[in-house]
Design a binder for this molecule. Sequence first.
Ligand code: ZN
Length: 330
Amino acid sequence: MITENTPGFDAALVWDQHGCLPLHRNSTIDDLHEYVRAGFDFVSVNVGMDGPWQDTLETLMNFRGQILDNPSWTTLAGTAQEVSKAKEAGKLAVAFDLEGTEGLDGKVGLVETYYQLGVRTMLIAYNVPNRAGGGCHGDPEDGLTAFGRDVVREMNRVGMVVDATHCARRTTFDLFEHSTSPVIFSHSVPSGVHRHPRNIDDDQLRECARTGGVIGINGVGIFLGDNVTATEDLFRAVDYAVGVAGIDHVGIGLDYVFDQAEANGFIKDDPDSFPADGNYLPSDGAPIGFVHPRQLRELSEVLTRHGYSDSDVRAILGENFRRVAAAVWR
Ligand SMILES: [Zn+2]
């Protein structure tokens, strides 16, 4: 039940480490108003999933331009301090993330270019192997390549957060070993909650935490369970992750997709990245469900009801990811 009386939620910094606007050429940022209405202060917006680098750059420039054109309600945030300033001013702070390193077109030097344009987080490979490392739907033993190690070193140098989401298991451990900055899972669900090739096991949760990183719990129904999206389902995954990784290492990365028809098109067109054992097209014909950003207020109530303190709730809603940003972004 969603109640109006949640002052703790309104005062808290609310941070979504991964959201998905439509990615076609004429996409607008209008859907970001949903995050404002839901009480969010920060969202990391996806600008590409290992597609052609030209498309990735075009998407990034499109979103970046629109955010700069709308200073009355949104702003680009390059530092954790700028996120705090945006919250004080009542604006939605935005940074960008890349799902995979193919946007670099094999050039380590482009890490800094993307950083300068507002990309603050990048994962290594999107579901299938690429030039930098392995994907979660490829061979689990695929590790970080020599190019991948160079990319990680450069990300550490410029201050871009290293993200192990969507990667092959071996690659995630290589990232924990090679990165000198905290490694995150921006949007993942523990396998202990539901078995899925995209989900992560307890060792991955623990080792991520050991780097100082944070696991952003994903709100996609087929990862949380049998296509389930109740706030209690999200809570179950959060609570499990806290039990394994600790209260300082769990956050939110809802992965909410605003244009679900577009996402279904990506899924149908690319059976290598979205194989049948991932159940991306549920056999009962029902569309994939998503936890909506508006459910976060209720999550804070559910956490409180289950004995989480105010500071625990604030850690999960945003302070943990803010800590990583403060440590890594420059
Ligand atoms: Zn993703």
